[in-house]
Structure formats: C-alpha cells, structure tokens
Design a protein around this ligand. Sequence first.
Ligand SMILES: [Zn+2]
Length: 428
Amino acid sequence: MKIPAAAVLILLLAALAFAAPAAPPPPTPLLLTGARVLDPSGDRLLDGRDVLVENGHIAAIGATGTLQAPVGTQKIDLTGLTLIPGLIEMHSHLLLHPYDETPWDDQVLKESLELRTIRAVTAARATLEAGFTTVRDLGTEGAGYADVALRDAIAQGMIPGPRVFAATRAIVATGCYGPSGFDPRWEVPKGAQEVTGPVEMRKVVREQIAAGADWIKVYADYRRRPGITTPTLTQEEMAAAVDEARSAGLPVAAHAYTEEGIRRAVLAGVRTIEHGTYVTDDLLALMKQKGVALIPTLTASEAVSRYAGWKPGTPEPQRIKETREMFTRALKSGVTIANGSDVGVFAHGQNARELELMVAYGMSPKEALRAATATAAAVLGRGKDLGRIAPGYVADLVAVKGDPLAEISAIEKPVVVVKEGRVAVGPP
Ligand SMILES: [Zn+2]
C-alpha cells in the first residue's frame, strides 16, 4: 500500500504534537508594589513591601521602591491591600457539584462524563478566582480519570485553574460504596474503584498510578448499611495500598470517620485522615506521633445539614455538633490540621468557608491561614516551594482587602490572584 506524502507529514506532525505538549510561554516579570505582605513565618504582616516575580517564582522582597525590576516588568499597585500566599484546598471534588442542585447518585449515574468534565472546567476557574491556587482533588466520584486531564489542561495553560494534585478514581472495598440500595440483580456502577484483598488492592493502586494519580485515596469506612458507618478495608488491604503507593513515591489519603477505620489507616501509614469525626484522643496522639495530618471538612457537615433542612441561626443538628466537638479536641491535641473542605458537596469558589468555620470553632485566624498555606504545602510534600511568600518560592499570590490575621473573612473576595507568576484575577 502506498501512503501519500501529505498523510505521512500529518502523522509526523501529530506524533510531534503528542511528544511535546505545548508548554505555556514564560510569564513576563511582575512587580507587586506597596502591599502589606505576610512574612515567611506566617506570623505577621510587613508594611510597604514590593515583591518581584520572575520566571513564575518570587525573586525578591523589599521595602517599596528598593527593588530593581528588569525592563518590560508589569507593575501592579497593591497599596492598601494585603498579600498572602495562594491558598491551598486539601480536599476538593472538582467533578462534583452541590448536592442540592443534583443528588450525588444522579451525578454519578445519569450525568455524562463529558458534561461532568466541562462543568469541572468551570469549577476549576471559580476555584482559582477565589484565590485557591492549589487543590488536592480527592476522587472523581465515577468520572474516571477526568481529574488527570483537567490537571494537565491547566498545567499546559489551556484553561484557567489551580494546580491540581489528582487522586483519580479512589478505592473502596467491594460492596461498600454508593450508589447503593438497588436490587442485587443490577450491577450498578460505583463512585469509586472496588477491591477485595491485598492483591487486588495492589493492582488498582498500580492502575491508578499508571493513569496519572498523584495521591491514592482509600475509604477506610463507609455507610455500607443504611445509616450505619463501619470499617470496610481490612488492615492488610490498607497496608498493601500504602506499601504499593510508597513504592511509586505516592502518599495515601484515607476517608475515615470511625475509630477503627482511623486506627487501621494510621497504622497502615497513610499521610492524611479525611473527616475524622469519631477520632479518639488516643488516636489524635498517635496521629501526632506518626505525623499524620487531619483534614476536618467542616464545611461538608454544614452543607449536608443545610440540605437536610437545617437553617443557620437555629439550634445545630447532631452532625455539626459532632464535627465541632471533634475539631475542638483536635486543636487541643496539637495534631497537624490542614485546610480541606470537601468542596463539590457545596459550590466551587466558596472554599474560604472552611477557614471561617475553623476560626468559628476555635482556631486563630493566623493558624487557619497557615493551615491553608504553609501547613497544607508541607502535607503535600511541597513545603520548600509552596505556601509562603519568600524568595525562591513559586509565585502563587493573593491580594485581599483588610487584615486576614484579624478577620479571616477578608480572604473571601480576592482583588488580585497570581498563579505561578501569571495574573489570573485583577488588577482592579
Ligand atoms: Zn470528599
């Protein structure tokens, strides 16, 4: 068979396109002038500072008017504003949208993968515009590996959005996840990948890593019977997940509410416990000792309570009381707490609510901001280049009105958002 030369050329070009995905052009240098800047320790604001950004990184910080900027630098006047590091969301679901819009079962079973992915593009933009420059996305809930595509499209500059750490499909024990409640004759697709036994666990961890996962997410427990949350994965299964992920250099996050679920996950060596509602003081001490971080997802409890009919200002339902009580004990224990809200359960772009609830439940605004910046970066293994305004760090920067160290709600509506040295929002 003779192949026309034009076809060969097209194939060659196509092959080249796949070999080298278009990297976005390098950003022009930025000089952000006159802001109050959160100092690298995260403890205080420094008045009248300029921040020079080159090649997507913070090049220098100095008193206003003292820095030498290269020719062609874009200047942005931030006088009267406060500059904080780009915020980090440790528990998002970009492929979900609020359950009061569409119940979770219907999102998983009825919405097309294409519709869900396109909606996730808008969710990613809303997240970045809210000042969240990094998210750890903890499971696509039936949308396959769409988070990996979303992550890569953002990284290549195709669409605006936060830097994404993707967990892909997430892993559950067979028969222990939703959608559930169907006649046993019907094989209903699940919102996560099912496994039985350590061998299968290793297999799916390998599959997810091969498909592009940055983190592995497992469900240590779940409502496997109506209204009753019990442990699901065995100690051996969980250990296999952690061991296999560790071989590839990946950390593991565990959804865990129950005492036994949390214990198995912590003993297996996961890096984060998600939700943690029924964690005991002993387990908090063990988490602290082993360096396991807690991601409290306070906003999810609030949102789900609202969807069930609770009105803010009326007496709190049991679910919120339990979450608040857990958070108070966690604060006292000294365990690492990083900011994660379970956004997707509620609207993307409202991520700041989690910091407001952490403060409402007893954390200082300074510590809440740290939980969403330096602490979260450290849990991601990126403490040396994300989450602080310091020379050499990635230029993820957010300018807000007011003083977030005094009033955390100041972070709600950022005036300027810079991600990797590129202006995503503003200037006014
Ligand atoms: Zn979640």
